[in-house]
Design a protein around this ligand. Structure first.
Ligand SMILES: [Ca+2]
Ligand SMILES: [Ca+2]
Length: 553
């Protein structure tokens, strides 16, 4: 049975409660986490970036973290990545091509036109390797494709087709832990004489007590202090890059020591200089992100921005997006790009992923807020990411166990009635978030100018049309009139400037903001590409949860 029914990243928070009570009595054999019924403790309840929100280390042994350096070094992410738009796919739920109800690699390949129409040119695939769970983050073979998703030949065909389209693929890289069904763990468990005894962190002479991801027994931690383990894991990363992948999304990077990431970077870049190394450092603290950039990541997900926008990832409506905090808090994540992180480092901007409540739920199903979240993620500095189904407003809320994260990874809703070619149906409980004829499907939104899908495609067109919406040259507007529910940014490219103002509040605004001021190029007339300008150019009108994007060209 799959007792770790959700991906661990958010079961982290539930597991913490269990962990704390079970640390003193380390599991002696894998036990179901049947006791995970308490609501999660709330380590990231604050939306204020804070170094103290670092999750509790998953083992009884404190893990060293990379040292801070006074002089941030330059980390240059690959050029192709700087203008990328990522589409995150949970393959099981995306598109099925062999009628077993499970999405597959061929299905991803068949929907590339759809993905490109969203302006996305880079796909991040969550794990598609052999594993014992539905989510795949417990890998049993780092060098194979899970037969449910296809074959190595399917993978090669996908990368070939992506290259033909000038698209890119980022694969998930799980270096913190393996599955307890991984052959090396099975060989070493209860067998101290095994050659793999030193590949994990066994804590007793019988090899029955071991460190694992947040105490989850089926996810034993790799011993990355062992050079053989590092070589094995790094070889697996090279294997997928050799087969045509363009980057690694490094799962739970916080769990693995800095020297490992430095070694990974040096070896990967020697062979694949244009591969992107993207880290999941789930932390609201900028100093932590800074340390991990310096450990060797080209890019990190902007969790400080995400947590400020949405509040608690498991609770809806409690962040800036819903007016619960001043939007001026969102200024800081952009300033950090210019002032704190290494020059050339890249931030991935996202409003939900497979470990969080979906943004449509967090927006309380308000189409204005969904569009505001989309525009603020896709048009502001950073590399935007769209979580599959976000573009049609698929809802997703953490369940109350034993099934929880599945409810944020539901089958992509291609059709009004949930039936048709490619539709997956591996998960269809009656309490799911997305149902037939609810307006949430590609079919119901296709061709409708006011639909969320059409809005995402409009954002894609704007990014394609205006280089300033893809450049790293920007400034944060300190005061947007007196509106502390507003965020304002300038973005620049050669001969072009764009003003972006977002209103994260329920009150309409009239912002005294003189568009004839020095910030704008004097030689051209402003054109509103989202929202509308008033006749009086000294005043900017904003609807509740509205936005204004003005281009000078
Ligand atoms: Ca299938
Ligand atoms: Ca639906």
């Amino acid at each position: 049975m799959n007792y770790v029914s959700g991906n661990f990243k958010t079961s982290i928070f539930a597991a913490l409660t269990v962990l704390i009570t079970s640390l003193t009595a380390c599991h002696s054999s894998p036990q179901p986490l049947a006791t995970v019924t308490q609501p999660p403790s709330d380590p990231i309840a604050t939306t204020q970036p804070s170094a103290s929100s670092t999750p509790i280390p998953p083992t009884t042994t404190p893990r060293p973290t990379p040292a801070l350096r006074p002089d941030s070094k330059v980390i240059k992410s690959p050029n192709w990545f700087d203008e990328a738009v990522i589409y995150e796919i949970f393959p099981r739920s995306f598109y099925d091509t062999d009628n077993d109800g499970i999405g597959d690699l061929n299905g991803v390949q068949q929907k590339l036109d759809y993905i490109q129409a969203l302006g996305a040119d880079t796909i991040w695939l969550t794990p598609f390797y052999p594993s014992t769970t539905y989510h795949g983050y417990d890998v049993t073979d780092y060098f194979k494709v899970n037969s449910q998703f296809g074959t190595l030949d399917n993978f090669k065909a996908l990368t070939t087709e992506l290259k033909r389209r000038n698209m890119h693929l980022i694969v998930d890289f799980v270096a913190n832990h393996s599955s307890d069904s991984h052959p090396f763990f099975k060989a070493a468990y209860k067998n101290p004489a095994s050659r793999y005894s030193q590949w994990y962190h066994f804590r007793d002479k019988q090899n029955t007590v071991y460190d694992s991801f947040f105490g989850v027994p089926n996810l034993p931690d790799w011993n990355t202090d062992n050079p053989d383990v590092r070589e094995y894991l790094i070889n697996s990363a090279q294997f997928w890059l050799d087969l045509g992948a363009d980057g690694l999304r490094c799962d739970y990077a916080l769990g693995v020591e800095a020297p490992f990431w430095a070694e990974l970077r040096s070896k990967v870049k020697a062979k694949h200089p244009n591969a992107v190394i993207l880290g999941e450092v789930w932390d609201g603290g900028a100093l932590t992100l800074k340390r991990y950039f310096e450990a060797g990541f080209d890019a990190l997900f902007d969790f400080p921005w995400y947590l400020t926008l949405t509040g608690n990832p498991d609770r809806n409506g409690d962040g800036v997006l819903n007016g619960k905090q001043p939007a001026t808090l969102l200024q800081s994540p952009y300033r950090l790009i210019q002032r704190a992180y290494p020059s050339g480092a890249q931030l991935v901007r996202f409003s939900s992923n497979h470990d969080t409540n979906r943004i449509a739920s967090d927006s309380l199903s308000d189409p204005r807020r969904m569009k505001l979240a989309a525009a603020s993620a896709l048009l502001t500095p950073g590399v935007p990411m769209i979580y599959y189904g976000e573009e049609i407003g698929m809802r997703g809320n953490k369940g109350e166990g034993p099934v929880y994260d599945e409810l944020r990874r539901e089958p992509m809703d291609w059709y009004a009635n949930e039936n048709g070619t490619g539709m997956t149906h591996w998960f269809k409980p009656t309490n799911r978030n997305n149902t037939p004829n609810d307006g949430v499907s590609v079919q119901e939104q296709e061709g409708k100018p006011d639909s969320l899908l059409s809005f995402y495609r409009l954002l894609a067109q704007l990014r394609a049309q205006y280089p300033s919406l893809r450049s790293n040259d920007f400034s944060v507007i300190e005061n947007v009139g007196d509106c502390d529910q507003c965020l304002g940014l300038w973005r620049y490219a050669a001969g072009e400037a764009t003003l972006l103002i977002f209103n994260f509040g329920e009150a309409a605004q009239k912002i005294p903001f003189d568009l004839t001021s020095a910030s704008a190029p004097a030689q051209s007339k402003p054109k509103a590409v989202l929202g509308a300008l008033a006749t009086d150019l000294s005043q900017l009108p904003l609807e509740p949860w509205g936005m204004l994007v003005v281009v000078w060209k």
